[in-house]
Design a protein around this ligand. Structure first.
Ligand SMILES: Cc1cc2nc3c(=O)[nH]c(=O)nc-3n(C[C@H](O)[C@H](O)[C@H](O)COP(=O)(O)OP(=O)(O)OC[C@H]3O[C@@H](n4cnc5c(N)ncnc54)[C@H](O)[C@@H]3O)c2cc1C
Length: 451
């Protein structure tokens, strides 16, 4: 059912730890990465580690958008087998990240738990797990109620069963991308914040540089890692990148005594312990603002399977619809761009969601009863219309690379960033990259929706 209220966009405030920027805009670079979320920061880190002269441009602040607002789970529950090669590599990289960057990312793990009260969703997950046996990276099993209590007494009892992802983990989104950006700088990357890329320049069809609000940088390679804005950056080059936004709401609660150590999910939503003993709760719900990308791909999307356990609803908000439409049109480089008009994208709150999540969490986990909300915030996830993502060069524009639209983009960003760095430097990515190629949307490939 389409909704007609909510899904507006309001002025955004960052949650992420601050990172120092470089002052001077280099005249030239080997690679410019657009976007200081996890994907852009990891790509820049990988490139800097290889001795490549890389500049990371961020229109707002590092992790101001999705990467600083995620729940923080590195996970693969109910995902399609096609994603597992990438996820297996990502999990390896996440486990090694604190040591690699010698920085604090709030890593907690390994181990993640999804708790089920009812038989139907539990059986659905158990059947998925059976089908996934032998897939790369799958190290998971089902637990009985007794085993759940033995693993973490704070989870209480009376559960039907749980999925335990032995190699899952959690990270703190407020810390992770900033720590990775700092490490990238320490290894030679230049970081420019409040520095929107207004346009990507071409010469003879190939990438030749970028024009930012602070001046131009000559480069033969550009990586678009702009999250929600990747579609707009692509559209300004005449490329269609079919992505949709999914607006979600989360809250942080005051420290509680005796809460669970293992991060995970209950039927009321996701939870993760924060560094000070408070908890982050993420609603199992989202609102999908209707944009032109959705209208154009409506037939395909209507045929896609929906997750019955998540309260996902499309919303027609005319302001958001026309904002997106306008943002896809390129302005002259000497004018303030749409990227500068919205330094931190933040959806408006979703009515009633946090109240429902907090009440539900308190009913499921004893330590969460009566917890006090200290912060409510929203963010936008993004997904390509086939829910797979793009990690790709672009055949028609030599020197252009796109990383975008991975719904579980925090989990996937570690291997996706490495693969983008591999492609730029002419190395073979560590997993099969062909499912993620940009051209699948236009080369007559069959449309397949990947859960
Ligand atoms: C509420 C919520 C919960 C989530 N929970 C999880 C989870 O538990 N596990 C999981 O795997 N994933 C989760 N995700 C998804 C995950 O957070 C994202 O997929 C991931 O962070 C995307 O990273 P990114 O770097 O691609 O994009 P972003 O973090 O959005 O970064 C893109 C950056 O590009 C910048 N930018 C855009 N255009 C320009 C320009 N022209 N010039 C300069 N800079 C530009 C933006 O300002 C932005 O900072 C969640 C997301 C949300 C919102």
């Amino acid at each position: 059912m389409i909704g007609f209220t909510g899904c507006g966009i309001v002025p955004g405030v960052t949650r992420a730890q601050a990172v120092e920027s470089d002052r001077d805009l280099p005249a030239e670079a080997d690679v410019v990465v657009i976007g200081g979320g996890l994907l852009g920061c990891i790509t820049a880190l990988d490139l800097a580690e290889r001795g490549v002269r890389v500049v990371l441009c961020e229109k707002g602040v590092v992790a101001g958008e999705a990467s600083g607002r995620a729940v923080g789970l590195v996970e693969y529950e109910l995902l399609s087998p096609i994603k597992m090669e990438l996820i297996a590599r990502s999990i390896e990289l996440w486990h090694a990240m604190p040591e690699r960057i010698n920085g604090e990312i709030g890593y907690a793990g390994p181990g993640l738990i999804s708790l089920y009260k009812e038989e139907e969703p539990a059986e659905f997950t158990a059947a998925w797990l059976k089908d996934m046996q032998g897939q790369p990276g799958v190290e998971a099993h089902m637990l009985t109620d007794r085993e759940i209590g033995a693993l973490d007494p704070a989870l209480g009892s009376g559960w039907h069963s749980a999925l335990y992802q032995v190699n899952g983990a959690a990270i703190e989104p407020c810390l992770a991308a900033p720590a990775i950006a700092r490490a990238a700088r320490a290894k030679g990357a230049t970081l420019l914040q409040s520095c929107a890329v207004r346009s990507i320049e071409r010469q003879g069809g190939a990438v030749s540089g970028v024009i930012t609000e602070k001046g131009s940088i000559k480069t033969a390679n550009v990586v678009i890692a702009g999250g929600v804005w990747s579609s707009m950056l692509a559209a300004h080059l005449g490329l269609e990148l079919p992505q949709m936004m999914i607006f979600a709401e989360q809250c942080s609660v005051e420290p509680v005594t005796g809460g669970p150590a293992i991060a995970g999910m209950t039927p009321a939503g996701y939870y993760r312990r924060e560094p000070d003993g408070g908890y982050l709760f993420g609603a199992a719900a989202g609102r999908i603002p209707i944009t032109m990308s959705i209208v154009k791909n409506l037939r395909k999307l209507l045929a896609a399977p929906t997750d019955v356990d998540q309260d996902m609803r499309p919303v027609m908000n005319l302001r958001t619809f026309f904002w997106d439409l306008k943002a896809n049109r390129k302005r002259p480089e000497n004018r303030v761009s749409v990227f500068e008009e919205n330094r931190i994208l933040q959806p408006e709150p979703i009515s009633g969601i946090t109240e429902r999540t907090v009440t539900g969490m308190g009913e499921y986990i004893p330590a969460f009863a009566n917890c006090k909300v200290r912060e409510v915030y929203t963010g936008s996830l993004m997904s390509t219309i086939d829910n797979l993502g793009v990690i790709s060069s672009v055949g028609s524009i030599p020197g252009l690379y796109i990383g975008a639209g991975m719904l579980y983009g925090l989990t996937m960003s570690a291997a996706a960033g490495e693969a983008l760095a591999d492609m730029v430097t002419g190395r073979a990515p560590k997993f099969g990259i062909s499912p993620y190629r940009y051209e699948r949307f236009s080369d007559g490939s069959e449309f397949v929706f990947h859960p």
